[in-house]
Design a protein around this ligand. Structure first.
Ligand code: HPA
Length: 286
């Protein structure tokens, strides 16, 4: 959103956990200048290990950061270099279905803003509603559907971070998405584009619910990413998203859906995703 429509924001309070976490991270990363932060979804955390000269900070050292409880999710912030860029990789995120609300996710994302990051790359595992885009494929998120009945910004507005009402047209930044798609083409990796539906979980969808989501225009379904996007747009971060398709959605395949299948499917899609993102970063200029 253009800044001239933004309202005046008061300063970030000194006791804001994102401000405190930002100071701790800054003290450990010195003069590195990450412009992009990526949230690594289920089974995708391995990307963090490819960063060169990494500084690793456990979330436990960062006030207000969530401690992830789901297997396949670490709980470590990395700052390192890839393709010549300083980036932050967040290995592990909190999901709404864990029942701890959204404070941890807010702190994690707002801390990035505080550090001078301008682009948030959200990654996630997802089920596909498109039979032609099966396990191992990668989908660039063009838009989302929120049927969860939840929104991370419910409650008093944090005026220091953003405005009360957040427009979401173009929330998944078209230009950055185009750059990702071009990067995929550069490295010869197929990529689709589509609408991601946020399902609260932790139970997977029923086959009837998948038919409903398909009729509503969803191309993939998962239990994350949408709150991340909303929080990031509220504080003015540019957002781009990649869903690693780990399975066909419930009712579309004889293979039973499980978290183990998610982690297994994330390997192939995750390798593709890493190649695409690495090339994207070679071309990235904030
Ligand atoms: N549904 C919801 N979340 C998911 C799925 C799915 O099929 N696959 C990976 N995460």
């Amino acid at each position: 959103m253009s800044d001239h429509h933004a309202h005046h924001h008061p300063p970030i309070p000194v006791d804001d956990p994102a401000r405190q976490s930002g100071e701790i991270i800054r003290s450990r990363i010195g003069d590195r200048t990450p412009r992009l932060a990526m949230i690594l979804g289920s089974g995708l955390g391995g990307f963090a290990e490819r960063l060169e000269n990494p500084v690793q900070i456990p979330y436990a050292d960062l006030p207000g950061f969530p401690i992830p409880t789901v297997s396949g999710h670490g709980g470590t912030l990395y700052c390192g270099t890839i393709a010549g860029q300083d980036v932050i990789a967040l290995q592990g995120r909190q999901h709404a279905y864990e029942g701890h609300g959204f404070a941890g996710l807010k702190t994690m994302i707002r801390t990035q803003k505080r550090l001078g990051v301008d682009t948030l790359l959200v990654t996630c595992a997802a089920g596909s509603l498109n039979p032609d885009a099966g396990p191992g494929s990668v989908m660039a998120i063009r838009d989302h559907i929120n049927l969860s009945g939840q929104n991370p910004l419910v409650g008093p507005n944090d005026d220091a971070w953003g405005d009360r009402f957040v427009p979401l047209a173009g929330a998944w930044d078209p230009d950055t998405r185009t750059a990702l798609i071009e990067a995929a083409s550069d490295v010869g990796e197929p990529i689709t584009t589509g609408v991601y539906a946020w399902w609260l979980g932790p139970a997977f969808e029923t086959p009837a619910e998948i038919q409903l989501l398909a009729r509503l225009g969803a191309n993939a379904v998962g239990m994350s990413s949408v709150p991340d996007c909303i929080i990031a747009r509220h504080c003015g971060l540019r957002v781009v998203g990649l869903a690693a398709i780990t399975n066909l959605a419930e009712g579309m395949s004889p293979v039973p859906i499980s978290h183990d299948q998610t982690l297994a499917g994330a390997k192939l899609a995750g390798d593709r995703l890493q190649r695409i993102v690495t090339r994207f970063l070679e071309r990235f200029d904030g």
